[in-house]
Design a protein around this ligand. Sequence first.
Ligand code: SF4
Ligand code: SF4
Length: 353
Amino acid sequence: MSTVEFTPRQRETEAITAHVLWMTTGLGCDGDSVAMTSATNPSLEDIITGAIPGMPRVVVHNPVIAYEQGEDFMRAWFAAERGELDPFVLILEGSLGNEKINGAGHWSGLGTDPSTGQPITTNAWIDRLAPKAAAVVAVGTCATYGGIPAMAGNATGAMGLRDYLGWRWTSKAGIPIVNIPGCPAQPDNMTEMLVHLVFALAGMAPVPELDDAGRPTSLFGRTAHESCNRAAFYESGNFATEYGSDHRCLVKLGCKGPVVKCNVPLRGWQSGMGGCPNVGGICMACTMPGFPDKYMPFMEEAGNARISSAIARFTYGPILRWGRSIEMRRRYDKEPEWRHNRAELTTGYSKRW
Ligand code: SF4
Ligand code: SF4
């Protein structure tokens, strides 16, 4: 350990070990776990190697990246149930099937109960561990709001974690369930919020502020549209007419960005690169509680967008475009006249001594 302390109480907080029990056995695809491995700000490696000064030691138990397998991997889960891992953050990935309607089987499970030899359902693990967790996090839109497995017509009665535990549920540390939606969740959104929570549990950061949908306002305070580098084209009524055509606004191709809370157009996907509408793919609203049903069909222009885009296109949009281009051509696209190589100074400089 360094002899210099970069943060207050650095040695004290670095001596804490916080476990992260990351359950991938909801009804999901492990896409959030895979996405998390491409985080860079901070990276997963930064977190587990303790690269951030003052951060408690973090041990991540996630089956996608774990060395342990089978019974060895399950040891941490049973230890947490016995109260031997404290503090720990419980993370759920994937939605929860309704086990009250599972018939003779179960929808999803993790490990087997040693006393019965029967699978332990994911829901049972939530019942066992959530009351003991310092903080509970739902990552990805399946775990937060149900997502694709909870579409109309599904057989499992799938739901998000807040639907299961209750929207007012709080952890023993008094923290509501933190929702980090996205399909998958943006990598840095996950690692940044994980670090924030671990610092909050160590008393070195405030508890994250959440909106009504349980999302951190620091990450989900703006719409995709408000963060999109094509928004100026929308304002001036200038819309792309086919995929890949150019850099104009994609709303006529089905982009739902104006009614979606998401920071991906601003943050990019990995190291600031990539994204969705900012790089040419329509926003399908994958972070939203109403995803996917309320935004389908994805590739059709939404009704509200049709009205506002028509207004922008046929009223003020062309006037704005015309006025700005005239102004630019006449005035701003030209250097001031005092920049020249003649034998005289015409900058307006006056000698003061
Ligand atoms: S591409 Fe989508 S998010 Fe971007 S400006 Fe157009 S409607 Fe808004
Ligand atoms: S911009 Fe839209 S589609 Fe892309 S991650 Fe955000 S909500 Fe999902």
